[in-house]
Design a protein around this ligand. Structure first.
Ligand code: HEC
Length: 234
């Protein structure tokens, strides 16, 4: 009897191992192999207006760090920006993933889709683990470059209650006012790039440019708001 139980557990274990291997290993891989991975050249084919703006506002420094605002220069800034993001542990406080729960789409924008991460910049991705600060995957265009320049230098200057640390070492402090250095320009380019694929032609995710759930959520929220405003919420 005991012998039989042991054998049953052994085969059960082997069986579950095989199932797990197929489910978690083979199945995703067979799909991922067919997925197109966007290259750096494709990602930077259109130069971000925010990157060009850095070249206009800080012509001398920009020239020294990146030369002209070309696709190659932008690729360099993005790679360095991502490096700064990991080095400074920004991912400790920020996520880069909009989940289809808790009305996140209403706050942050379209729910994230797998194909958005299928590019060289997201290998490996930086989903993050928790949110002390807001999610950043739709950061593009939420704030101007100037805002970021002030914010990274001293977050409390623009958001008095902020608990985000200051990153003064991303600036050249020998000039007044301080100007973002090479890493500073890179991190601004990087956060401005996050989500820029949506704003570029508005419908890269799907035909409406919104996540499947966003419309429903908005309608529900609008309805509730209208009810409250009309005072007939009971
Ligand atoms: C200790 C946690 C913490 C760390 C570390 C941190 N942040 Fe933040 N961040 C916050 C909080 C909280 C906010 C919201 C208040 C504010 O805007 O300052 C924020 C806001 C932001 C915003 C503005 C978001 C928006 O849409 O308004 C950006 C961009 C940002 N952080 C980028 C970064 C980057 C890049 C780094 C790393 C260099 C970083 N953060 C490190 C906590 C953090």
């Amino acid at each position: 009897m005991f012998e039989n139980a042991k054998t049953a557990f052994l085969f059960g274990g082997i069986f579950m191992f095989v199932v797990a291997y197929l489910w978690e290993g083979y199945l995703p891989l067979s799909h991922l192999n067919e997925m197109k991975v966007e290259t750096m050249e494709e990602l930077t084919a259109d130069v971000l207006p925010e990157f060009e703006e850095l070249a206009e506002v800080y012509p001398k420094e920009f020239k020294e760090y990146y030369g002209e605002p070309t696709s190659e220069a932008m690729a360099e800034a993005l790679i360095l920006g991502k490096k700064v993001y990991t080095q400074e542990a920004c991912w400790h406080c920020h996520s880069q993933f909009i989940r289809p729960v808790s009305n996140e789409a209403t706050r942050y924008g379209p729910v994230s889709l797998a194909k958005e991460y299928s590019n060289e910049m997201n290998y490996p991705h930086l989903f993050g683990t928790r949110r002390v600060g807001p999610d950043l995957i739709r950061e593009n265009g939420k704030h101007s470059n100037d805002w970021h320049v002030a914010h990274f230098y001293n977050p409390q200057m623009v958001v008095p209650v902020s608990v985000m640390p200051a990153y003064v070492w991303l600036y050249d402090e020998t000039v007044d006012p301080p100007v973002p250095n090479k890493k500073g320009m890179a991190i601004i380019t990087y956060v401005q790039w996050l989500g820029s694929w949506l704003n570029k032609d508005g419908n890269k995710l799907n035909n409406t440019g919104k996540a499947p759930l966003a419309d429903e959520i908005e309608t529900e929220t609008d309805k509730k708001l209208a009810e409250l405003q009309n005072g007939d919420s009971k």
